[in-house]
Write a protein that binds this ligand. Structure first.
Ligand code: PSU
Ligand code: MN
Length: 307
């Protein structure tokens, strides 16, 4: 079903079409975390949990992915199962859409890919784990996520940027691009597996209503960039900073030694960090993903009632 004058290749579930037409709250969810970020069966459990969490806030989840030559907005459970079990899935950022469509390959959308599709469909709120950024390993490895945040006006809820990145450089780059970086309930930039504390954000926001009001003010000025809302990992799931830093250094060194770069780098680093922490980092990852789905649901409700 597709009543929104979207390009041919888009396919929306009836639930999402009707929610968007009636200005009901919708939260976009990415699928790279399902196809490349988490091992089976945790990927499917997480995908279902995030959808459930969004619904529990009174919003409708729209998981976005490429399947059977279509850009799918909203995945019903059999499609989620199929995606979570598929092999040879492409990681789809902005340059990869036409590849997945012409080759009829399945694709998991990154933060940038998910933002692109969301904007076309008219979804304003998106929950993810952490954005991509400036990598430590190579001078030119800068995630397309940053470009998307500069150009696509929506609210992206995350737990900061992955600490496997060069975080000061990532924040400088976001400043250069004019992207507001909001700390949710904090004035420090959250660092994914840990609540952070070392780096500042550009604004602190303390409630879903304040986030909605901030974004509307930003866009009413004519700004085109996203608002990045960074919520620290729940305290009980956080990991000690020295432990994370130690394993991240090991993973980073191995990536350089093995010549891993480009799109393969992020999945490699996250996978190695998970192995080296005996699965602890994955449990932390699951905790903040769900927490972010919750906050995004609440923000989406604020935005839709404000219209
Ligand atoms: N965070 C995770 N798991 C992931 C990602 C982030 O915990 O799989 C994904 C996101 O989809 C993000 C992407 O957009 O990694 C960034 O990849 P790259 O650095 O290649 O742009
Ligand atoms: Mn990259």
């Amino acid at each position: 079903m597709n009543n929104l004058n979207l390009p041919e290749n888009f396919s929306l579930t009836p639930e999402i079409s009707s929610a968007l037409e009636n200005d009901q709250p919708v939260v976009a969810l990415e699928s790279t975390v399902i196809t490349h970020g988490l091992p089976r069966p945790h990927n499917l459990e997480l995908a279902r949990d995030m959808e459930k969490t969004v619904r529990a806030q009174g919003a409708i989840p729209a998981t976005i992915a490429l399947m059977d030559g279509k850009i799918r907005v909203g995945l019903e459970d059999p499609a989620l199962v199929q995606l979570s079990e598929a092999d040879d899935v492409l990681k789809v950022s902005l340059r990869d859409f036409a590849t997945a469509l012409t080759k009829k390959q399945f694709g998991g959308t990154t933060v940038a890919g998910t933002m692109f599709v969301s904007q076309k469909a008219g979804i304003k709120v998106f929950a993810t784990g952490g954005i991509g950024g400036v990598h430590r390993e190579g001078a030119f490895d800068i995630s397309t996520d940053l470009q998307a945040l500069a150009n696509i006006p929506m609210i992206v809820v995350c737990a900061g940027a992955k600490s496997i990145l060069d975080l000061p450089a990532t924040l400088e780059y976001l400043e250069t691009l004019g992207v507001p970086v909001a700390g949710y309930g904090t004035d420090r930039f959250p660092e994914f597996f840990s609540p952070g504390g070392r780096l500042p954000v550009s604004v602190r926001l303390d409630s879903p209503a304040e986030v909605a009001q901030f974004a509307q003010t930003h866009w009413a000025l004519g700004m085109k960039s996203a608002v990045l809302v960074c919520q620290p990992i729940p305290a009980e799931a956080a990991m000690p900073l020295d432990e994370i830093e130690r394993v991240e250094e090991v993973a980073s060194r191995e990536a350089v030694e093995r010549g891993i770069h480009g799109q393969a780098l992020t999945p490699f680093l996250l996978g190695r960090v998970n192995e080296l922490t005996g699965g602890k980092s994955m449990r932390a990852n699951l905790a903040f993903l769900k927490n972010n789905a919750r906050l995004a649901g609440l923000i989406a409700r604020e935005l839709s009632s404000a219209h």
